[in-house]
Design a protein around this ligand. Structure first.
Ligand SMILES: [Zn+2]
Length: 814
């Protein structure tokens, strides 16, 4: 019944209204109604679809179209690679070698995404299948391209001419090139992608690289498969499960003897550990959970780590951690140790107090029984219940989805100078999906688009995430391709009622929106550095930064309103409770995370580590004396270290620290809608072409946000983990004395090392081993650690370096 004229009028009014910067609760009400109308109209007007101008993403391909497009992409890519490879070395130019590769990437990225993103969101089974198949074909093709020696030679020939037209071009070529142990900024002939695939090696070594890669894939999958195939369960009577909610008990299967089956899976174990009042039950569950796949996965992990080291060494690195960290913001594994150690030390006081609180409560409730790691979750939950009067069910009533959305738009407008406008009548894959244009607030320049697929539905990808559909880029003719992002989340859609977000969903939504802002604002000229393709140590920072706005009263009120009367925002006391709740036991929780990160970093920087002993040692050291549960093997059920985050588990904490620093130094005190700082963040960090390359980000941060970023390279320490692990058994025992006291290496020890075929190594690195004696050692005779370097280098034994070297105390060498 809605006539075309009315629709146009409404659409124009909506646009006009969206141009305004709203403030206050009334404005939120207007905006919320406005979005509700927009949603209603978007839903209704399905007949006539217009193109999303500037977007090359196709959102509704059929199964056969997907496969045809995938084949076309591969054929075109092959053609371009062949053309580049055919250029004679003396004729290579930017236009016939570099530009075709860069433009191919920019042009094909949205096409590739058109094929593969439907795997995540399509409601049609055959489309999801075709999409998965397309991804497989394209992945195989991309892999074969990265192994093409002819293309590598052509790019290398151009790079050797060193004709950079801009720093970004130089960086692009360097990103194709890469060799370890050479100065990236001095030597031009490095092919990163190619050389990380071994193209600079001899044919035999290259084959070995491929063989090792295949072996690594196989082992890491086996590790994960073992875990997912593990169906161990424990049986408990009702009395042994006191404290668990009746609905949870009802959901449990029962054995023939009437006992409840608790599966050792993520949907059962945390509930028991958090809520079960029976200490013995918690302990049994925690023990069995920590024993999963003990023997099998330990040997898989050992083999996996060894194979990774082999691969890294073939590619010119000293160990796998150096290989994994090299292209990240952290740059070296020693920097990661230093970072983790510093954070862990800074948490000790608070974490000790937190642990004391938990121990006291346990004493009150269970008497003199010792406090174990299995008690952590339970007593944290108990104290949280006592301290915070937080009814999260009631909090949810204040977060209708449209209000949160208009709130995040408002905050992004004020902070980052962005304006959002809904685009209706464009093609989408499901009627719930909405599309928004993002404009620069002051110039009205169209910066990009994002799709919002917010509701949970059958067959849809089950997590919240942002997917790049098209990356920004500038072609050789100077035309700009704009970025297109997709935000997927899993909000429950309530029919007939406004959908409400749980508080954790609000925080998640803000986090993901940070990624959207960064994606759309990234102004890199090459698709390779655009969108979310930034340093993996950096990529989480915008999301983690934006989460902070969910805990400040001012912004919380902006995004909340009781669903039956949205002019009533959330109460002050609740805002305060939410903020206190966020930090409750955060030191202890973070310590636990650090424990795993240090473990991950050590096994990937040393050979022949006794994994079980290492974990045992680290556990009580990091967790303030709390021992590892007897008989458990946490390393056998820690998939992050086996696949996806190997030697990079630290990255999450790393970016979190940066995000916290940026927030504290720029927004918390200077006003959380401080547009000056927000624009700095947008221009200098999110949308600046120097942001994607390791140390540049670090420099940028330290220079711009005046936060403490230590750029001391500690080059002498770069290789220490390898040397430590190579030291013979007797020698290495000195590392671990009782009470974690370490002693200075004696000259006899050193002579012994020297006599064992270590003569070719230089004795050049001063070394200490005692946590308490750094200062006294500094003034005395330093001991030495062998250092395998072609060039001898000296490192002054000052207190500072000695302090860094205390990191060695993390290391338990068998
Ligand atoms: Zn994220």
């Amino acid at each position: 019944m809605d006539s075309q004229g009315n629709r146009e009028k409404m659409s124009k009014q909506r646009r006009d209204r969206n141009l305004l910067a709203f403030t206050g609760a009334t404005a939120i009400a207007v905006l919320a109604v406005n979005f509700a109308i927009a949603a209603f109209n978007a839903h209704k007007k399905k007949q006539k679809k217009k193109d999303l101008q500037g977007s090359n993403v196709r959102v509704n391909l059929s199964a056969s179209e997907i496969l045809k497009l995938a084949d076309r992409i591969i054929a075109k890519s092959k053609q371009v690679h062949d053309a580049v490879a055919s250029v004679p070395f003396d004729k290579v130019t930017y236009l016939n070698v570099i530009s075709p590769l860069a433009e191919l990437e920019a042009e094909q990225f949205p096409q590739v995404q058109s094929c593969v993103f439907l795997r995540l969101v399509s409601s049609l089974d055959d489309v999801r299948k075709a999409s998965t198949e397309a991804e497989r074909r394209i992945d195989a093709h991309v892999l074969s391209c990265s192994k093409r020696e002819d293309v590598y030679r052509a790019v290398k020939a151009y790079a050797s001419k060193r004709e950079w037209t801009s720093p970004e071009v130089k960086r692009y070529i360097q990103s194709l090139f890469f060799s370890p142990n050479v100065n990236l900024f001095l030597i031009s002939g490095q092919v990163r992608d190619f050389e990380r695939n071994g193209l600079n090696l001899t044919v035999t070594k290259r084959e070995e690289v491929q063989r090792l890669r295949a072996q690594i894939d196989e082992l890491s999958l086996r590790y994960v498969r073992n875990l997912s195939d593990d169906n161990t369960f424990l049986l408990f009577s009702e009395a042994e499960l006191v404290g668990l909610p009746p609905e949870f008990l009802k959901s449990l299967d029962k054995a023939e003897n009437g006992k409840f089956k608790v599966m050792l899976k993520g949907h059962h174990v945390p509930v028991v550990l958090e809520l079960c009042k029976v200490g013995r039950t918690r302990r049994l569950v925690a023990e069995a959970y920590g024993k999963r796949c003990g023997d099998i996965n330990l040997s898989v992990l050992e083999c996996l780590v060894e194979t990774r080291h082999k691969l890294a060494r073939l590619l010119g690195y000293l160990n796998y951690a150096d290989y994994a960290v090299d292209l990240r913001m952290a740059k070296t594994s020693s920097k990661v140790f230093e970072f983790l150690e510093e954070i862990s030390a800074s948490l000790t006081d608070v974490a000790t107090k937190e642990l004391m609180m938990l121990k006291d409560l346990k004493k009150k409730e269970e008497g003199e029984l010792p406090f174990g790691v299995e008690d952590l979750l339970y007593y944290i939950k108990r104290i949280e219940e006592q301290q915070f009067d937080l009814d999260l069910g009631a909090v949810k009533q204040y977060f209708p989805v449209n209000l949160v959305l208009s709130g995040v738009f408002k905050i992004s407008q004020d902070l980052f100078g962005l304006r959002f406008e809904e685009v209706v009548d464009v093609e989408v894959w499901h009627s719930d999906v909405r599309v928004f244009s993002v404009f620069d607030l002051s110039s009205s320049e169209l910066l990009g688009y994002f799709y919002l697929d917010i509701y949970k539905r059958e067959g849809k990808y089950g997590h919240t995430c942002v997917v790049s559909l098209q990356n920004g880029a500038i072609s050789s003719t100077g035309a700009r391709q704009i970025p297109v992002a997709l935000l997927i989340s899993q909000i429950q859609k309530d029919v007939g009622l406004p959908s409400l977000l749980r508080f954790s969903e609000v925080v998640n939504f803000f986090h993901e929106f940070g990624h959207v802002v960064q994606h759309v604002c990234n102004r890199a000229s090459f698709a390779k550095f655009s969108g979310l393709r930034v340093d993996p140590d950096f990529v989480e920072i915008p999301g983690q930064l934006l989460e902070n706005w969910c805990y400040e009263s001012f912004s919380l009120k902006l995004i909340s309103g009781f669903h039956q009367d949205i002019t009533k925002p959330i109460k002050d006391e609740v805002c305060k409770s939410l903020k206190r709740w966020r930090y409750a036991f955060s030191a202890l929780k973070l310590k636990q995370e650090i424990l795993y990160c240090i473990f991950d970093q050590i096994i990937h920087s040393a050979d022949n580590v006794d994994i079980v002993e290492l974990f045992k040692h680290l556990h009580s050291k990091v967790m303030l004396g709390l021992p590892m549960l007897e008989g458990t093997n946490p390393a056998s059920c820690f998939p992050r270290s086996a696949i996806g985050f190997e030697a990079a588990c630290y990255s999450h904490i790393w970016s979190e620290v940066f995000a916290a620093d940026v927030f504290a130094s720029k927004f918390r005190d200077d006003g959380i809608l401080n547009q000056y700082a927000g624009m700095q963040f947008r221009n200098k960090v999110s949308g600046f072409d120097e942001t994607t390359f390791g140390y540049n980000i670090l420099r940028l941060f330290s220079k711009f946000f005046f936060i403490r970023v230590d750029l001391q390279p500690f080059s002498a320490l770069m290789y220490w983990p390898l040397e430590v692990q190579r030291i013979p058994l007797k020698f290495s025992r000195t590392f671990l004395e009782e009470n974690h006291q370490f002693r200075l290496l004696s000259t006899a020890d050193l002579n012994m090392v020297a006599s064992r075929n270590y003569q070719s190594f230089y004795f050049s690195m001063p070394f200490m081993l005692s946590a308490g004696y750094a200062d006294s050692i500094a003034s005395q005779r330093p001991a030495f650690l062998v250092s395998k370097r072609r060039n001898n280098f000296q490192c002054k034994a000052n207190t500072r370096t000695l302090k860094r070297l205390e990191l060695s105390s993390w290391l338990r060498v068998p």
